[in-house]
Design a protein around this ligand. Structure first.
Ligand code: AMP
Length: 214
């Protein structure tokens, strides 16, 4: 099963993507996570990506697409995946479709996690990420056991630069201009499914499993 998660930054699509990956036994491929891992490891790709990410801008399509195409070569991605944060532009979606067509496959579902803008800024200021392992938390919805400390590895939690309010505003603008058109793109392909992202985590997930099947 090949799934694309759509939705504004902070809509909760990453959390849902992880739950989908666990339930359906497919890898969770997050371009944001891959970029962040590269930044942490000081790679060339990481250096290039960081300058865009810190400003709330998108990393250029060529860089992003080639990174995803490399990831698709891994053995675990042969039977499917849930894509989180990719595609984010129409050219990325077209490159993805072209690559899938070549291998005789297609996107089965594009799940749009719908959350109004008003809720987004509020939600993102509550996000916290582990400096070491990248695990994410939310002060209201998914708090760590100990304040400011990662449950998984015990390191400190921070508010990521790209989750700061001024960057969030910019990311929302970029989302509306460049990513939202993908909703129509996938609707035209009859694979778009909408879920109400303002509900609780478990309710959103039951809507998703109702779509994807048990
Ligand atoms: P995310 O964790 O998905 O919200 O991504 C964080 C940041 O990584 C974004 O604000 C972009 O700067 C960059 N990024 C992630 N995925 C993409 C993509 N598909 N295309 C371009 N930039 C991306």
């Amino acid at each position: 099963m090949r799934i694309v998660m759509l939705g504004a930054p902070g809509a909760g699509k990453g959390t849902q993507a992880k739950k989908i990956a666990a339930k359906y036994g497919i890898p969770h491929i997050s371009t944001g996570d891959i970029f962040r891992a590269n930044i942490k490891n000081g790679t060339e790709l990481g250096k290039k990506a960081k300058s865009y990410m810190d400003q709330g801008m998108l990393v250029p399509d060529e860089l992003t697409v080639s990174l995803v195409m490399d990831r698709f070569q891994e053995p675990d991605a042969q039977k499917g995946y849930v894509l989180d944060g990719f595609p984010r532009t129409i050219p990325q979606a077209e490159s993805l479709d072209a690559a899938l067509k070549e291998s005789g496959s297609q996107i089965d579902f594009a799940v749009n996690v719908d959350v109004p803008d008003e809720n987004i800024v509020k939600r993102m200021s509550g996000r916290r990420a582990c400096v070491k392992c990248g695990a994410t938390y939310h002060l209201q919805y998914a708090a760590p056991e100990k304040d400011g400390i990662c449950d998984s590895c015990g390191e400190n939690l921070i508010l990521r630069d790209d989750d700061k309010p001024e960057t969030v505003e910019k990311r929302l603008k970029v989302y509306h201009e460049q990513t939202q058109p993908l909703i129509d793109y996938y609707a035209q392909k009859n694979v778009l499914r909408e879920v109400d992202g303002t509900l609780g985590l478990d309710e959103v997930f039951s809507q998703i499993t109702a779509i994807l099947g048990e």
